[in-house]
Ligand binder design. Structure first.
Ligand SMILES: CC(C)(COP(=O)(O)OP(=O)(O)OC[C@H]1O[C@@H](n2cnc3c(N)ncnc32)[C@H](O)[C@@H]1OP(=O)(O)O)[C@@H](O)C(=O)NCCC(=O)NCCS
Length: 381
């Protein structure tokens, strides 16, 4: 007798590979990249070092880090043709569409986009990683009728992004907050966009196709868009005094509080803890505490209402407030998430390719068979 088919809708609890990249303990509020805690990485590492760690599997030596930083930096400027292409996009375009299209177009300016050699694949990924912030910042300036600002070799990845976006050198604290935010978003195990990259990698497609798949999947509101939605909620509430009314009404209407709940974390998201602390410092340094205080009031009210449930604040409850305070436009939050996650996507694609098997699941067919073909003229309607 045939075994009954089990359908794993959403692929919940389906394992597709063994991995040494990321471990999440959603019950104990723990997150590790390659064995290192997210708290240690946020405190001691940089985005470039974390990207190296994720992709190569171990912390770099001084020289390896310097070389890697140089590789990213030297890739940060855009080919004139690519900049020209970005100039041709409608200024009303969604920045995620711009990033997806530009990353895909990067393949056209690579004389050899396809390679099966792992080191060459990593080179392509570093090229994309280097250029992503420049693409995002250039488009934002163009849509505001300003000229793109070129990258600066003396700045790290996070600081250079802010510099290209605003045209001003960020102070060291802003650059540090941006850097930590990039570290926190760089990797998160087998989520939807990482799976998408893994599926594309399993066909032996090139790195441009792999990363483009990830960006396309991250674009959806169920994945990358929650940070924007969380900020919009905080802005709409607008004042700590209105938080309780908002939460009571929203939960009464069975609405979800954005920035709360997680498929994996059933307690505090450790990234939330780090971002909240940084957000508080950032807000007080800038003397702009109202938005932050409103987010705290929403959080406290939601925690009271949801007490006893496994619904806790996630990374997005404060990431939007932090990005907003860093003067990043709201519709760039998801592209910023993508420019950081390129590191994790690359690590997973490379790890999968080291023991590749084409991903080809099945669908249980429940339709009809052997229907007689009906000529067009004979069909009803
Ligand atoms: C992220 C998310 C999709 C994970 O959800 P999940 O683990 O699949 O849980 P479910 O969607 O099955 O929800 C389980 C229950 O918790 C409730 N719930 C989940 N998140 C909630 C939230 N943010 N606010 C209020 N209730 C919530 C659901 O309404 C559901 O209640 P019910 O059983 O009475 O219907 C969900 O928590 C959510 O939509 N959060 C808001 C968006 C967000 O912040 N996303 C960023 C994630 S990093």
């Amino acid at each position: 007798m045939k075994e009954p088919v089990v359908i794993h809708k959403g692929l919940d609890n389906v394992y597709v590979k063994e991995s040494k990249i990321c471990f999440i303990d959603g019950e104990a509020s723990k997150l590790f990249y390659r064995g290192y805690s997210i708290e240690d990485l946020a405190e001691h590492s940089t985005f470039e070092e974390t990207a190296y760690l994720l992709i190569y599997g171990s912390l770099p030596s001084k020289q390896q880090l310097k070389d890697f930083e140089n590789r990213i930096q030297s890739n940060r400027s855009l080919e004139p043709e690519l900049l020209q292409l970005i100039r041709s996009f409608p200024i009303t375009s969604d920045p995620m569409d711009v990033l997806r299209t530009a990353v895909s177009a990067l393949a056209l300016y690579d004389p050899q986009p396809t390679t099966e050699k792992i080191e060459e694949r990593i080179d392509k990924a570093v090229r994309i990683l280097g250029k992503a912030p420049t693409i995002i910042a250039a488009f934002d300036r163009l849509r505001n009728r300003k000229e793109p600002v070129p990258p600066r070799p003396d700045l790290g990845h996070a600081a250079d992004f802010l510099q290209m976006l605003t045209g001003e050198t960020p102070d060291s604290y802003d650059a540090h907050v941006m850097d930590v935010a990039l570290i926190l978003h760089a990797e998160h195990e087998m989520n939807a966009s990482t799976f998408s990259c893994t599926v594309t990698a399993s066909t032996l497609a090139d790195m441009y196709s792999i990363i483009t798949s990830g960006i396309g999947t991250l674009r959806g509101p169920l994945h990358g868009g929650a940070n924007e939605a969380a900020l919009r909620t905080v802005m709409e509430v607008g004042d700590p005094a209105r938080a309780e009314d908002y939460v009571t009404k929203a939960l009464g209407e069975k609405k979800r509080i954005m920035g709360f709940g997680h498929r994996v974390y059933k307690t505090w998201d450790p990234r939330y803890v780090i971002l909240k602390k940084l957000g508080a410092e950032l807000a007080s340094r800038k003397g702009e505490t109202k938005l932050f205080d409103t987010a705290v009031a929403i959080e406290q009210s939601a925690l009271r209402h949801l007490a006893g449930s496994p619904i806790f604040p996630n990374v997005d409850s404060y990431s939007g407030v932090v990005f907003h305070t860093l003067r990043i436009p709201t519709d760039l939050f998801t592209p910023v998430f993508a420019m950081s996650r390129i590191a994790g996507w690359t690590a997973h694609a490379i790890e999968y390719l080291e023991a590749n098997r084409l991903i080809r699941p099945k669908a249980l067919y429940v339709g009809q068979t052997s229907l007689p073909y009906i000529a067009l003229d004979s069909r009803a309607g």
